[in-house]
Each structure stands twice: as structure tokens, then as C-alpha cells.
Design a protein around this ligand. Structure first.
Ligand code: FPP
Length: 261
């Protein structure tokens, strides 16, 4: 399908689900929270079952974003702090990651999704890291949605790494402290080259950002839902986008300034 035909399909889908096709978020960031509580509520002995079912929710949401023709979906899959969870849960999550990468590759290809990762992916177990890179490479020429997995990711750590790189340029005499701009920091973040998220969705009722994309969420709209991640579905996503569409994004300006063209 060519780009024009594609965009007609996306507009039809946006209208079909009751969204304003001209006011879509280009980038949605998600904190997929509540897997452990979901497993407990369902009577499962292990929290890992919640993460397994969480993969199905991730597939649903990725497919829904691709069908709407969105540009970017970035999900918090494993934080730097998550390494401190019990070993059984960390091992379980790494296995889930490996299996999901194996199983979901055909789905990503079918939906023209490009896989990407941010975070300290070198600290993942070697097999998981290798599998991740192979799926990133296999989907690199897809030009639909970019699905970014934040893995071994922490935003403060990301900023420290970026600042260290800028400091090295200063120490080498290539940059003066006075000439440091936001762009210098930006280009050393894991997300360099990506647009900032327009909308942050967090499931499970918690209302915090937990060291996620602190720099990049500067002007994002926040949407919190009590639904636990394994239960989150396309309808929930449409509701989040509909709420986003009702917000007035002022980027520090006044309402009046926004209406003056
Ligand atoms: C938070 O729920 C969720 C995580 C720490 C992991 C998210 C992972 C998935 C959704 C699986 C898909 C991910 C991969 C690796 C492809 P929680 O465990 O903190 O839940 P709780 O707050 O109810 O305890």
C-alpha cells in the first residue's frame, strides 16, 4: 500500500473509533503498571504470570497504535530499579522478553512496526541482548509505528550519562560551558532523534512517573487509569487519546496566544 492509501486507512480507523483524525498524539509513552496486582487478584501464585499476560496487552496496544497510524509508542518494560526485584521475578521477566521477541517478530513485520530499545541494554543477559538486537535489525526497514522498549532504563541515569558526555566535550575544549544548550543534552539521550511524547499513559491507578523519560515528558499530557495493565485494551487506548484531544496544550503560552494565528 502506498503512503496516500495508507493515510486514508488511518483516517478511516480514527473516525471509526470516534477520534478526531487531525489531533492525534504522534508519540505515546506508557508505564505498563499493575501486572503483579493483576496476578494476585486472579489468584495466581506468581507475579510472573501477570507479566506474561502483560505481553498480550502490549501486543494489543501496539497493534491498535499501528492501525491508527501513530508514529511512536514507547513502553517502560524494565527499569534500572527493577533489577532489585527477587531473582525469580527478574529471571522470569528476562525469559518473557526472550520469548516475546521470538514470538512477536511476525506480528511486528505484519504491522510494519520497527522495534527500538532505550536503556542500558548491554546489562541484559547476553542471550536476551542478542535476540533484542536481532529483532531490531530484522524490523529496521519497517516505516510504520516505532515501538521502543525501555529496558534497564532509568531517566536520571540517562541524564547523568548525557551530562558526562557533554562534560567530556567541555574538558576537551570542544565546547564552552556557556554555549551548552538543551540540544547538547538532547543529542546524548537514549531517545536522540525521537520526537518527545505527546501523551503519557500509566495504568493501575498510580499517579507518578517513576524515573521515566523525565526530560522528554516536559510538555506531555498525563493520563492515569485504574485499569491494570494486563486488562488494558484498544478501547482504553482510544479513551486515553480522546481525553488527550480535549486538553489544550499551551507549551507555556496563554490560551489567547494559541488562538492568534
Ligand atoms: C509493572 O508492574 C510492570 C513491569 C515491571 C514489567 C512490565 C512488563 C511487561 C508488561 C511485559 C512485557 C515486557 C517485555 C519485557 C516485552 P508491577 O509488576 O510493578 O505490578 P504491581 O505494581 O501490580 O506489582
Amino acid at each position: 500500500m502506498n503512503a496516500v492509501a495508507n493515510s486514508k486507512v488511518y483516517i478511516a480507523k480514527r473516525l471509526e473509533v470516534g477520534l478526531d483524525p487531525s489531533n492525534m498524539p504522534n508519540h505515546i509513552a506508557v508505564i505498563m503498571d499493575g501486572n503483579g496486582r493483576w496476578a494476585k487478584k486472579q489468584g495466581f501464585m506468581t507475579r510472573v504470570r501477570g507479566h506474561e499476560v502483560g505481553v498480550e496487552a502490549l501486543r494489543r496496544i501496539t497493534t491498535a497504535c499501528a492501525e491508527l497510524g501513530l508514529g511512536y509508542l514507547t513502553v517502560y518494560a524494565f527499569s534500572t530499579e527493577n533489577w532489585n526485584r527477587p531473582k525469580a521475578e527478574v529471571d522470569g521477566l528476562m525469559n518473557i522478553l526472550m520469548n516475546a521477541l521470538e514470538k512477536e517478530l511476525p506480528v511486528l513485520q505484519k504491522n510494519n512496526v520497527r522495534l527500538n530499545a532505550i536503556g542500558n541494554i548491554d546489562s541484559l543477559p547476553a542471550k536476551a541482548n542478542k535476540k533484542l538486537i536481532s529483532v531490531i535489525n530484522a524490523t529496521s526497514s519497517n516505516d510504520g509505528l516505532t515501538l521502543t522498549l525501555a529496558l534497564s532504563y532509568g531517566s536520571q541515569d540517562e541524564m547523568v550519562q548525557a551530562i558526562r558526555k557533554v562534560a567530556k566535550q567541555v574538558a576537551a575544549g570542544d565546547l564552552s560551558p556557556e554555549s551548552i544548550t538543551e540540544e547538547h543534552i538532547e543529542q546524548h539521550l537514549f531517545t536522540a532523534g525521537m520526537p518527545h511524547p505527546d501523551l503519557l499513559v500509566r495504568t493501575s491507578g498510580e499517579q507518578r512517573i517513576s524515573n521515566y523519560l523525565l526530560w522528554q515528558l516536559a510538555y506531555a499530557e498525563f493520563y492515569f487509569t485504574p485499569v491494570l495493565w494486563p486488562d488494558f485494551d484498544a478501547e482504553g487506548l482510544y479513551e486515553a487519546i480522546a481525553t488527550f484531544q480535549k486538553r489544550e496544550r499551551r507549551f507555556g503560552q496563554t490560551s489567547e496566544q494559541l488562538t492568534v494565528k
